[in-house]
Design a protein around this ligand. Structure first.
Ligand code: FAD
Length: 413
């Protein structure tokens, strides 16, 4: 630690990061009567959460290859828990979140439907996947030829900004904007006890019974700084991995060209070829936010090449759309997760105890409640300060991040 801090704050839990993991944890701790303070160095949701596609997965995506793995088992209970929250009868009140679609959909090209569903039949049927006859198809497929098979999947799709707002609003004064850059940690007896960080023009020392690292990709630098405070021979911090995506935005030039769409385009690959969610931008134009295989395989492509590839692929997957009046942009973003030996997706959330703190990467929005419960359970084990953090009235409140298509630096190609 440097010279005397400008302010000292005490809380039961100090949370780094205002994405879904940090925000759900804050809400969960408040419920349990624990005091907490959340520091966000950019804007709430600014990492992966606001850029996510908002799908509350129940595992169908993982079963596409036909096998029931740990990933699909672990996640199967999540949609029901979230639905209870969305209906205002769950552990956290999410009744103000905008549900873009109650279900999402799978669609396949000509002749692929029966083969695909045969492969994954038992798992997908258990998850409630249903074949939709033409008259029950959602708007996005009204113009699709009958040879395109469409399936309904009972997994809700949420508007990510409203999700961040709904979680943050009741605790707004506890979500503070911290200065990016170095954080000094203080440790004793091998455990992290306090952090010193810039908040507005001041340096704050925040002492907490438990420090929760929920900063997504930012955990890596924070943990390095924390490890320096622990000194040798401290155990190394839990390692993370980044899995990059090159996401694509398609925006209609004329109203009505792009229908609402919340769906995975599937083929014989083990994951979706493309995953589409949609919203309207500030001027009312519909935007498709496209991920899945297209974003994973596009990492090596430049922006123009990726946009060109996206046009070709989407024109072949959804030929009923007039792609000649659509503009394109691309966005690079990393998924931040606990490191796996294979470098592939972890099966579930990571919640690691380290030096008296807890480090987490949920790996999916859907797992945020699991992460928050685990952190709350650890918080119960440390003595409570029993005092509200003394936060000055003019402390900088963290704003909510912009959606990808609202970013000022976005370039339409
Ligand atoms: C493009 C994309 C689409 C996705 N779609 C889905 C989906 O449809 N369904 C699903 O379940 N999952 C989806 N995911 C995964 C999901 O979004 C993430 O697992 C989840 O949002 C991670 O949340 P988090 O809170 O751990 O991290 P983040 O959302 O990344 O939040 C971390 C926060 O910490 C802040 N921070 C960083 N460093 C510091 C620091 N030093 N001090 C303070 N704050 C700091 C960041 O600014 C950020 O706000 C998607 C991910 C991506 C990238």
């Amino acid at each position: 630690m440097g010279p005397m801090p400008d302010r000292s704050i005490v809380a039961d839990v100090l949370i780094f990061g205002g994405g879904i993991a940090g925000l759900w944890t804050l809400a969960r701790l408040a419920q349990g009567g624990r005091t907490a303070i959340l520091l966000e160095s950019a804007a709430l949701g600014a990492g992966q959460t606001i850029a996510s596609q908002g799908i509350i997965h129940g595992g169908v995506k993982y079963a596409l290859g036909g096998s029931v793995g740990d990933a699909s088992r672990a996640i199967a209970a999540m949609p029901d828990l979230w639905r209870a929250c969305l209906e205002g009868r769950g552990p956290i009140d999410l009744s103000r979140v905008r549900v873009l679609s109650e279900s999402q959909f799978l669609w396949t090209g000509k002749g692929l439907g029966s083969r695909l569903m045969g492969l994954a039949a038992s798992r997908t049927l258990r998850a409630g996947v249903t074949t939709l006859p033409p008259e029950r198809r959602p708007d996005g497929f009204r113009a699709a030829p009958p040879s395109v098979a469409v399936y309904g999947v009972p997994e809700p799709v949420l508007e990510p900004r409203s999700l961040v707002e709904a979680l943050a609003a009741p605790h707004e004064r506890l979500c503070l904007r911290s200065e990016p850059g170095a954080v000094s940690f203080e440790a004793s007896a091998g455990a992290l006890r306090a952090a010193e960080v810039g908040v507005g023009a001041e340096r704050w020392r925040i002492e907490a019974g438990l420090i929760a690292f929920c900063a997504g990709e930012g955990n890596e630098a924070l943990l390095e700084q924390a490890a320096a405070a622990l000194g040798a021979p401290a155990p190394p911090p839990p390692p993370m991995q980044r899995r990059p995506l090159h996401m694509v935005l398609a925006r209609e030039r004329t109203e009505g060209v792009l229908p609402p769409m919340y769906a995975h385009a599937v083929g014989m690959a083990s994951g979706p070829l493309a995953t589409v969610t949609s919203q309207r931008d500030a001027s009312g134009r519909r935007v498709w936010w496209i991920g899945g295989g297209l974003a994973e395989s596009g990492v090596e492509r430049g922006a123009v090449e990726q946009a060109k590839h996206a046009l070709e692929q989407m024109a072949s997957l959804a030929p009923w759309i007039d792609w000649s009046v659509v503009d394109w942009a691309t966005v690079r973003i990393n998924r931040a997760e606990s490191r796996t030996d294979s470098g592939r997706r972890p099966d579930g959330p990571a919640i690691e105890d380290w030096a008296g703190s807890v480090v987490c990467w949920p790996s999916k929005l859907a797992f945020a409640p699991v992460v928050a419960d685990a952190i709350a359970e650890r918080a119960e084990r440390v003595p409570s300060a029993h005092i509200r953090p003394d936060i000055p009235a003019d402390a900088p409140i963290a704003p909510v991040a912009r959606l990808p298509w609202e970013r000022e630096d976005l370039q339409w190609l």
